[in-house]
Write a protein of this length. Structure first.
Ligand SMILES: *Cc1c(COP(=O)(O)O)cnc(C)c1O
Length: 406
């Protein structure tokens, strides 16, 4: 027999998954064995649903969470797109690129799929590519929606591949002007940035994930929220999924006929362990305060960014949970090697997953002075080991000057 699997504790300093709070893991391990209809499991799901409405800043009744990872939430979000629907998707990095792929799968007719089963290109989906390292602006969205007048539009709120924040206000306003239903991938922004989705009423659908801003990695739930417009559309035309059907899946979260109800209707076997840990992750986020957490990320990211720039690197991102950067010119092309070395030492940073090769260092749930010192110190050591000379002591002194200024 294999020996028991031991997984070491690494310093999770990438774009995600983030460092899971020990209190979330403790709730996971402390939960008793109880089935998916046991009263406290169902109560935990109801409370999680109410907390999610606060986390999203919404009154949308159809706010709940989908078992699995970010892509499960997104699959549920895209499920109302039917074959032949017209869609404009904005892509500015790895993840919005994968979202665009999923949208093309959903919007394909059987003929589109047969023509290219693993990468269909239905004519009814228009992909607008924005260069890596740049944001999707309201102007870009306006021009494309005015030209194509689609039924749906899609954008990532924060594109984690390139670390760029896209213009959610501009996206919403363009969708409103052209009567388009907006879908947003908020996987990297929910729980990090302070925003209320009800301020963007033309965005009918939002999806996020467990492992980034929510910090519930023990494979729990991907938050989603649908407004009444998309739910009404679903009531009229349905969609082709059981497991990710927004109306059917919501029943287990005690949402029936557009209302909160007392009793859950079986949809699938939810895990009491997962419910307990997800519930704790949401509690911790709301106890910290969404606005405070957002300010904390901005403050710590500024310290990390300055330290990385002081090492001669060029930062091209503007997200507050992540810095994405190039090495100094003389060391261009060494990014992957540097990242691999760090990862082998348990310092889990990342390179970009699509071109161009850049380095990504994140601070999900690392909002403390020791954690930031650890991250910057380890990266300075790795730079020096590669022959890129940096003054670690000075950089850490400057970092602590910033961190001590609050
Ligand atoms: C991480 C990420 C995803 C995918 O999430 P998984 O949890 O890996 O399924 C999708 N979109 C964005 C913007 C992301 O950052």
């Amino acid at each position: 027999m294999y020996p028991q699997l031991e997984i070491p504790d690494t310093l999770a300093a990438g774009p995600g998954p983030g460092n899971t709070d020990p209190r979330v893991l403790e709730r996971f391990a402390a939960a008793g064995c109880a089935d998916h209809m046991q009263a406290d499991v169902v109560r935990g799901m109801k409370e999680a649903k109410f907390m999610l409405r606060e986390v999203f800043g919404t009154k949308n009744v159809h706010t709940f969470a989908v078992c699995g990872t970010g892509w499960d939430g997104l699959d549920c979000a895209f499920s109302p797109i039917l074959p032949g629907d017209t869609v404009v998707a904005f892509v500015n990095g790895t993840f919005s690129g994968l979202d665009d792929f999923n949208i093309r799968l959903k919007a394909s007719t059987p003929q589109d799929l047969a023509a290219d089963p693993l990468n269909p290109k239905p004519a009814n989906v228009t992909t607008i590519n924005v260069a890596h390292g740049e944001s999707v602006t309201g102007d870009v969205v306006e021009v494309a929606l005015a030209e194509h007048k689609p039924m749906w539009a899609f954008m990532a709120h924060w594109e984690t591949g390139s670390g760029r924040i896209n213009d959610i206000q501009g996206f919403n306003d363009a969708c409103a002007r052209h009567g388009v239903m907006g879908i947003v991938d908020a996987v990297s922004s929910l729980g990090i940035s302070y925003f209320n989705i009800d301020d963007y009423p033309a965005v009918t659908t939002w999806a996020s994930c467990p492992q980034k801003g929510i910090l519930g990695l023990p494979l729990t739930y991907a938050p989603v929220s649908f407004n009444d417009k998309v739910i009404d559309l679903l009531k009229q035309r349905g969609c082709y999924t059981y497991v990710h059907h927004p109306i059917l899946e919501a029943r287990h979260w005690c949402i029936t006929d557009g209302q909160d109800v007392e009793t859950a209707a079986y949809h699938r076997t939810h895990s009491g362990y997962a419910v307990a840990s997800f519930h704790e992750a949401l509690r911790l986020l709301l106890l910290h305060g969404r606005e405070q957490k957002s300010a904390d990320y901005a403050f710590y990211e500024a310290g990390l960014r300055t330290a990385i720039e002081a090492m001669g690197c060029k930062v091209t991102s503007n997200m507050t949970s992540l810095v994405v950067f190039d090495l100094p010119d003389a060391f261009e092309g060494k990014e992957k090697e540097l990242v691999q070395g760090c990862r082998a030492d348990g310092f889990a940073i990342w390179n970009t997953l699509s071109e161009p090769a850049q380095i990504r260092i994140g601070i999900l749930n690392q909002l403390t002075v020791p954690a930031l010192n650890d991250i910057v110190g380890r990266f300075a050591d790795a730079m020096n080991a590669m022959g890129i000379e940096v003054d670690k002591n000075q950089i850490l002194a400057d970092l602590n000057g910033h961190l001590g200024s609050r």
